[in-house]
Design a protein around this ligand. Structure first.
Ligand SMILES: [Zn+2]
Length: 252
């Protein structure tokens, strides 16, 4: 399994950057995690939209979801033009299909067109399968419905924080991860219940005993080397900064 970083910025992209969007792939299956502004453009450098196998959203905040509304255009067109044989699954957090439908309505009755490209559903706290991947979820500590996502493919386990505040109750869910892709939004002097500092990301990674930590979700202009050092002080394994265009192998 491999993860490709499409975007790492929040809550808006910097110059030539993109907000959260991550392509996870193995054996011809391509899953898009989150779809923030700039994701659709960046995605196509690695995967044509008609080759996507599924889309999973951690939550519907616009920095994680706004490009979904143009990805819907791309998928609908791919379906009509024959590049896409049938709709692919789009999984939203519990209770969010209604919210998504009302956004589609606000944008001009687009739900019907999007449904040509997507089968829209919600995940829960159980597991689900898309192609060779098995997914599981747990609620995040965030200021709207948001979930952490774990994806397993047989050759490795990747866990993605989405957006979350600090809570040691998350440790059990993170255990067993070969790679933990974790938000590190806050500077050390900040305190916010819905996001993490790099040090807090490192503490969660250390307590869960994950193999590697990959930090993401940065304000444009953030001091990324300081974030890497802050996490590395408390997490004994390898720590890296997720940068657009980089690819990481996820393996046991
Ligand atoms: Zn958020």
């Amino acid at each position: 399994m491999e993860i490709v970083i499409i975007g790492n910025s929040s809550p808006f992209p910097g110059p030539k950057g993109a907000c959260p969007g991550y392509l996870v792939r193995t054996d011809g299956a391509n899953i898009l995690f989150d779809c923030g502004p700039g994701t659709v453009a960046g995605l196509q450098e690695f995967c044509p939209v008609e080759k996507l196998t599924g889309v999973v959203l951690s939550h519907l905040h616009p920095d994680h979801a706004a490009d979904l509304f143009v990805l819907g255009f791309a998928m609908g067109l791919a379906r009509r033009e024959g590049g896409l044989q049938g709709p692919i699954p789009l999984y939203l957090p519990p209770g969010n299909t209604k919210r998504f439908a009302s956004l589609c309505d606000a944008f001009g009755n687009l739900l019907g067109f999007y449904q040509e490209g997507f089968t829209i559903g919600e995940y829960g706290e159980g597991s689900l399968k898309i192609g060779p991947f098995t997914f599981s979820f747990t609620p995040a500590k965030h200021n709207m419905e948001a979930h952490l996502v774990k994806i397993s493919s047989g050759d490795g386990v990747l866990t993605y924080s989405g957006d979350t505040g600090f809570d040691l109750e998350l440790v059990d869910f993170l255990a067993g991860s070969n790679l933990f892709l974790c938000e590190a939004t806050l500077d050390p002097e900040e305190d916010h219940p819905s996001h993490l500092t790099a040090e807090e990301a490192g503490i969660l990674a250390a307590k869960a005993g994950v193999d590697r930590l990959l930090l993401t979700h940065f304000r444009p202009g953030a001091d990324l080397e300081r974030k890497r050092r802050d996490a590395a002080r408390v997490f004994p394994g390898p720590v890296a900064i997720a940068l657009p265009g980089q690819r990481y192998r996820v393996a046991k």
